[in-house]
Design a protein around this ligand. Structure first.
Ligand code: GLC
Length: 470
């Protein structure tokens, strides 16, 4: 009996706290909306994002990002349970009221973020970008903006993002948050865009309320989880012509965490306020997937790709890329000045698929030997060619020979004298000849399974300028 009263008291206290917090949040978001309105006011008002000058912390974060080169993308949500990718709700025309039952079955008994983070680190990945919510709108973190989240709607009842973030901080790896702007569940995501027409939602909704809801969740993500590497936006392509009031959202993010990078996957040229450009399933400058029509802009680049063909866990998708293909993709990205964000789709029980773990191990073998030829580098002095790419760090140029050209390789002029040429793998000398056309390398035999024969060229150091300019 007294235990019951105690429980009721606790419940009342919880409700009281909740309504205080709720009222405070409502006031905060009202303020946000008013500020947002002011920022969007006409009369030649220039909002902060349009006038965007990245902060020093942001520029420093961009440099870090470019040095990092390799990250792990994680697509995990309640959709993983259905084993048919993260678009399962849309693809199978599952209405909201049926899809909500999926949340009631989420209980990942094998979820151990320590293992995920360790696998990413051992593969040579320097950051993790995780889906905090996908197009189904389901938050994998605790949010007060709606109960459509992992804590309130699943028997598991724990914030999976918090556990992953804590582990990332513990093991010293940066965390980025994927956040879907598209939402197939929220009633205020209205008017609908290209997708979401089979979810059986009411005909009506308040777009400004939806934007406030998103800004509220972003505020939570940037206030409750410590330092965040950045926000990776996706889904704006669903309603490319809608008024997303990006300036408000971008300035909110930069205000809350000035170093956090904004990386949008909207398939357009970078806009003011954005800190990196992403290329979905393509290297910068390519457009095999059909998404990447925008030319590479003046910000750091990142290409994201899958290990098989799916982002979210797909039971039947066995089309895994070989370790050779994955190493080539990583190196080809680095040679184009881009990071590779390589995806894994954890299983509903919380484990990474065994095929993904195998490939992470293979990548780790390569990065532990050859990592210096990509980390901290920028694209090399000559453009990518049919044989491979170049990367560069100071006066060292790394020639990544991906496709075996035979016993010699002709390179264009590099603009500086080459002082020496050695094999990265053992420091052995590589004979070379400089002539009017460029540089010719005499290549030693390739070893079996040498995915990338790396030759290090030392360039003559740049002359140091004296005071009087000589
Ligand atoms: C696309 C897909 C989405 C996936 C993303 C990853 O935007 O719609 O499901 O998360 O690509 O780049």
């Amino acid at each position: 009996m007294s235990a019951n009263i105690q429980a009721m008291k606790q419940e009342t206290e919880r409700n009281k706290t909740f309504s205080i917090v709720f009222t405070m949040s409502a006031l905060f978001f009202l303020l946000l909306a008013v500020c947002g309105h002011a920022q969007n006011a006409p009369a030649g008002d220039i909002s902060p994002a349009q006038d965007y000058h990245p902060s020093d912390a942001n520029l420093e974060a961009r440099r870090w990002f470019q040095d990092a080169k390799f990250g792990m993308f994680i697509h995990w949500g309640i959709y993983s349970e259905l084993g048919d990718g993260e678009w399962v709700m849309e693809r199978h025309k599952i209405p909201v009221h049926d899809y909500e039952k999926v949340a009631r079955q989420f209980y990942p008994v094998r979820y151990d973020p320590k293992l995920w983070v360790a696998a990413a680190k051992a593969a040579g990945m320097k950051y993790i970008t995780v889906t905090t919510r996908h197009h189904d709108g389901f938050a994998m973190f605790q949010t007060r903006m709606s109960d459509w989240n992992v804590v309130d709607r699943t028997p598991y009842g724990k914030d999976v993002i918090r556990q992953l973030v804590d582990e990332c901080h513990k093991q010293g790896i940066k965390i980025f948050f994927y956040y879907s702007q598209l939402d197939w569940h929220h009633p205020d995501y209205y008017p609908l865009g290209r997708t979401g027409h089979t979810a059986g939602r009411p005909e009506g909704g308040n777009w400004d309320k939806y934007l406030n809801f998103m800004n509220g969740q972003l505020t939570e993500l940037l206030s409750n989880y410590g330092e965040v590497g950045g926000i990776w936006f996706d889904g704006m392509w669903d309603k490319p012509d809608a008024d997303w009031k990006l300036d408000n959202t971008y300035s909110l993010i930069h205000r809350l965490q000035p170093q956090a990078l904004i990386i949008p996957n909207h398939h357009q040229s970078p806009r003011p306020g954005e800190d990196a450009q992403t290329f979905e399933r393509d290297l910068p400058g390519q457009n095999s997937a059909g998404f990447n029509k925008a030319a590479p802009g003046n910000v750091p680049y990142e290409t994201c790709n899958t290990m098989n063909k799916s982002w979210g866990f797909n039971l039947m998708d066995d089309a895994y890329k070989s370790p050779r293909e994955l190493v080539h993709y990583l190196v080809s990205a680095a040679g184009r000045n881009a990071n590779l964000l390589l995806n894994v789709g954890p299983m509903p029980n919380g484990e990474l698929p065994p095929e993904a773990l195998d490939r992470l191990r293979d990548l780790g073998e390569w990065t532990s030997k050859y990592g210096d030829s990509i980390y901290g580098t920028r694209g090399g002095p000559a453009p990518p060619a049919s044989w491979g790419v170049m990367t560069q760090k100071g006066d060292d140029v790394y020639v990544h020979i991906l496709e075996d050209p035979g016993s010699s390789l002709s390179l264009p002029k590099l603009g500086k004298t080459v002082v020496s040429a050695t094999l990265f793998r053992d420091g052995g000398k590589v004979e070379f000849e400089e002539n009017d056309a460029g540089l010719s390398l005499k290549l030693p035999a390739r070893q079996p399974d040498e995915f990338d024969q790396v030759v290090v060229l030392k360039l003559a150091p740049s002359p140091v300028m004296t005071k009087n300019g000589t």
